[in-house]
Design a protein around this ligand. Sequence first.
Ligand SMILES: NC(=O)c1ccc[n+]([C@@H]2O[C@H](COP(=O)([O-])OP(=O)(O)OC[C@H]3O[C@@H](n4cnc5c(N)ncnc54)[C@H](OP(=O)(O)O)[C@@H]3O)[C@@H](O)[C@H]2O)c1
Length: 313
Amino acid sequence: MKINNVCIIGGSGFVGGHIAHLLTAQEINLRVPTRRRERAKSLLVLPTADVVEADVHDPTELDQLLVGMEAVINLVGILNGDFVSEHVELPKKIVAACKRNKISRLLHVSALNANINGASAYLRSKGEGEKVIMESDLKATIFRPSVIFGPGDSFLNLFADLARRLPMLPLASPNAKLQPIYVENVAQIIVSSLSAPTTIGQSYDLCGPKIYTLKQLVEYAAFITGHDLTIIGLNDSLSYLQAMVMEILPGKLMTRDNYLSLKVDSICSCDEAKKLATLFDIHPTELEEVAPLYLAHLMPRERYNGFRDRAGR
Ligand SMILES: NC(=O)c1ccc[n+]([C@@H]2O[C@H](COP(=O)([O-])OP(=O)(O)OC[C@H]3O[C@@H](n4cnc5c(N)ncnc54)[C@H](OP(=O)(O)O)[C@@H]3O)[C@@H](O)[C@H]2O)c1
């Protein structure tokens, strides 16, 4: 099953960029719709990528996007907003468009713990979306990642940025457990699944090699960027209260629905993480291997001098 033409819906984002780089390295032709072309700047230079402004919710525009394509990867996902529209209705429209355009291969990125009876509206909508995909009769594969780290993530970068600005951080859900996976590993798994018939009809939980609490991750981001941050872990009711206040502030750093999602540990069994690495022949990258490199720009400037001295510059 050699696939040469792929439409990546939601391909202008964090994970999409990494997938697009891997696919263009294999000279696979890509069509990447975006609501704003400037958001997909890093893709414009890729030789086989065609970045187009489009409304993927419009069936006519979806049909135009899928002309000549052999597979679709759906990466559209949001952490707040209209979950049903993005996580359930859009997958339905994509499935219908694939059928109209005789495209049988569909790769879909959901989230770990997605479940139609899940703890939060986010997880329930992701669960509904999975059901739509699996009941579609297409040659579908679903990926369910825990939190994803890597250059451009909105996770460790956010914590490091907060550590730079604040002396003290009251942290909601400090004991929530997460098993972060490296974005390049996620991209490798998705790309190698594209043409692998054994992955059809499968759903993969994607986790990295280690489990951390949320507090440990914030501490690590502060430590690695050289900022003294006092973290005050909030109890359950204060966590809820903080989420309630933050969801009405600009930027919505946290919402009550995010708080509910964090009530379920976002972890896989260690066996599962190892099985995944063997199955897709990847080296599961540890957070500590790469985070110091991509968080370096958030270090205090004095630290640069230390690096320069050591480098003899
Ligand atoms: N990052 C993580 O830690 C993580 C963890 C678990 C699961 N996931 C899932 O992995 C997938 C990719 O995540 P990501 O981090 O790469 O997300 P991202 O950087 O936020 O990118 C999301 C993409 O979705 C598109 N999008 C968002 N809202 C849209 C809308 N209303 N209509 C059309 N397009 C819309 C954006 O396209 P525009 O160019 O139009 O803005 C963007 O390309 C998502 O499904 C996410 O839920 C991510």
